[in-house]
Design a binder for this molecule. Sequence first.
Ligand code: NAD
Length: 542
Amino acid sequence: MNGIPATPSPINEPIFSYAPGSPERAELQAELARQADQVVDVPLIIGGEEIRTGNTFDVVMPHDHGHVIARAHMAGPDEVRRAIDAATGAHQEWSMMRWEDRVAVFLKVADLLAGPRRAKLNAATMLGQSKNAFQAEIDAACEIIDFFRFGAHFAETIYGKQPLSEPGVWNRAEYRALEGFVYAVSPFNFTAIGANLPGTPAMMGNVSVWKPSHAALLSNYYVMQLFDEAGLPPGVINFIPGDPVEVTKVVMSDPNFAGIHFTGSTAVFRSFWKTIGDNIGKYRSYPRIVGETGGKDFIAVHPSADAAPVKTAIVRGSFEYQGQKCSAASRAYIPESMWGELKGPLIEETASLSMGDVRDFSNFVNAVIDRKAFDKIKGYIEDAKASEDAEVIVGGDCDDSVGYFISPTIIVAKRPDYVTMCDEVFGPVMTLYVYPDDEWEETLKLVDATSEYALTGAIFAKDRRVIRHATDVLCQSAGNFYINDKPTGAVVGQQPFGGARGSGTNDKAGSMFNLMRWVSARSIKETFVSPTDYTYPFLGKD
Ligand code: NAD
């Protein structure tokens, strides 16, 4: 008790290679075979108790949609209320627990994942969300580990931020948990976001009701098991898969609703904001609203750039994890003078990308997440094939006979406002616009104004003056801005992540700024010798 602890200095978790012959590859393959051979019963977890409602949802592999790997129980309104009660019931003890005990739980989660649980969570992410070994490793293992190791360090930094004190007075800042519970609503595309949305507020003393995505239930359930294994007290995080609209309705009409930690699409986040506004009179406090949402991420190429790095940035930035990263490159602006040199190799490389089941490690791309996504992406591709304003130059094949497979696709748009230059497609589809070299200035304006989002973006140029100028002109166009690199792959502690405009509140996941949203500071002033005379010297007579 009597000490001011320092958290272990964080470093980013090293990424395993999974190269042929490596021990991690053998372990992961054995775990994939084990998990593919079972159907896991996924309960709700409320107040530490497993609850089975019998109203179940089949979790399938997106790359083999006839293959069920889990059956998840869905919450109804009663379970949602129970989860809220369990969370608010756990609030007093958890929020008053010493901070080093709280962060120790999450440091233990990180160590479990770095060691004995790594293969299990990676395999569940691969099978359930159709990620290849490398994409699962950087998400489910490394990013969760980084979120919690860096998070512990940021928590210590925040608690250490203390005000000045004048003689005779001791001023202190106390960083209280929010009064109430935090509603965490996570997307399918990163297991790490599932862990972070309820986990980070909990580190800061909050309790939460977590509604995972129906398309990430197996991995998210294993995250919940990790919290338990690391010693998180019952009720601090309550796991309730369920109908999103119904769950949200109950949660957002509760007076103890203290904040939303969301990642997902822009339309859903806007609907939350509206509901919160409509209910504002019901709440004990003004809820914290934190949401990271959609993107229409760009690569803008200046004539002074080299073609080869642009090609790699497009291929990796657009097609890794089937373009289902909020940061995925999905529109590019190519100068006419480079197009001749870039086009052939870009088509050739894109066409060569291997696609298939995640269990075959030679596949670079896998399936898109579900039928809804498949139909939506296919619709954009079919429209492009039929449009006079666009040309599909590679890919465009959609086959859902076994899994939801869409081949990496490049569309050349003849107009800079063609629909796939503007909309978030959220699939393996890149749209290019070829601009006249002397219209770089106009192109920068297009980059800025074409979409409602401002999440990530990249510029490629050699000329330093061009780099400086584009960085300034695109100041508000992206919250994560890359120079001569692809716009994906942000790392906790290195490139804090988030964007503004339609892309979210830019509270920078994996940074101290995000943690600040989950505390409410109390300023304490203590006077050692309290005054006993009300008069001030100026009152004296001349
Ligand atoms: P989504 O919005 O469909 O779902 C996200 C979560 O919201 C899920 O838990 C879902 O069940 C819930 N939800 C859906 N509709 C709802 C409703 N009407 N009311 C209440 N809850 C609802 O998003 P997704 O398909 O899971 O994820 C993809 C989206 O997430 C993309 O738009 C992507 O850009 C975005 N994303 C953003 C970031 C970021 O950091 N900016 C990171 C990852 C994903």
